[in-house]
Design a protein around this ligand. Sequence first.
Ligand SMILES: Cc1cc2nc3c(=O)[nH]c(=O)nc-3n(C[C@H](O)[C@H](O)[C@H](O)COP(=O)(O)OP(=O)(O)OC[C@H]3O[C@@H](n4cnc5c(N)ncnc54)[C@H](O)[C@@H]3O)c2cc1C
Length: 316
Amino acid sequence: MSVLVYLESENNKFKKSSYEALSYGKGLADKMGVQVCGVVINCSDIESLKAYGPDKILKIESQDLSAFSSKKYAHAIANIMKSENAHIVILSSTPDSKYLGAHLSGVTDSSFVSNVVELPESISPFTIKRTCFTNKAFSLTEIISDTKIISIASNSFGVIENSNDSLAEEEIDIKSIDSNQRILNIEKESGSVTIADAEIVVSAGRGLKGPENWEMIETLAETLGAATACSKPVSDMGWRPHSEHVGQTGKPVSSNLYIAIGISGAIQHLAGINSSKVKVVINNDPEAPFFKAADYGVIGDAFEVIPSLIEKLKAR
Ligand SMILES: Cc1cc2nc3c(=O)[nH]c(=O)nc-3n(C[C@H](O)[C@H](O)[C@H](O)COP(=O)(O)OP(=O)(O)OC[C@H]3O[C@@H](n4cnc5c(N)ncnc54)[C@H](O)[C@@H]3O)c2cc1C
């Protein structure tokens, strides 16, 4: 018996969320007194996994799985669940892993529980804490099915080092699987850091007055190694691409630091950023609702505050 962790990768590098999922899997396996095995599809960067304590890595090299397909990946992982006698699979919270979780739960008749933030309170019954209502509340969910798929909310558990130098590796052969899904085209987000992977997000709203003023936002983001984001009206007006829109109807952000500039803090915007850890608000209106949700606030004109913040950061 073992805990399986699917380790998502891109361009032969594991995502940060995969290291977090592995850290969680290790914690859970230790609590249950079983092994933790990583499932790797078409990625050779195995060395980087050692720091997070897997007992074994199950490697699949397959041209058939070169592009993500929830059906094909679910069948591949379902086969490994059988051969490893694994009753628990850990996933991260990326869009691909969410599709995969739903598909895998159907194929294996398992429960799929998403947005998990902590190790289970108890193993028997298996009771687990997760966020709900756009991260405003927690719920304790008891999973009663024999097999369980658990996806971890980004940045909730953290990446925890737990080195294991005696890591075993095993190649797994997967038969090609027919799929009615076909990838026609993949459009990558522009920019060096994506909102989903970002530790820091610099986000701006209608207070910036127009698209011509985004240069200072991009400079601040570049200085901090951050991703850029925006409020809904900003993307609706075409000042910024829709891929940057965060909130209830946009992308969720679970960064460690969220800097909101000239954003009022409407409930629909806050819904998307509630799970970010530290929120800094820069707004010239002391009554802006965002200040109530902020950890740090700067009351001031963005056109004065941002250039001087960039200057101070660059000086460091
Ligand atoms: C069904 C529905 C879903 C929605 N989903 C989303 C969503 O997913 N995401 C989202 O963002 N919104 C969403 N909205 C819209 C939301 O209700 C707000 O209208 C929107 O978030 C406001 O955007 P904003 O804060 O950029 O603009 P505004 O509300 O116009 O706020 C601009 C802010 O900038 C400040 N400001 C002005 N000048 C300066 C300056 N020089 N320096 C510093 N600060 C300045 C102002 O004080 C103000 O607080 C949704 C609305 C509905 C009805």
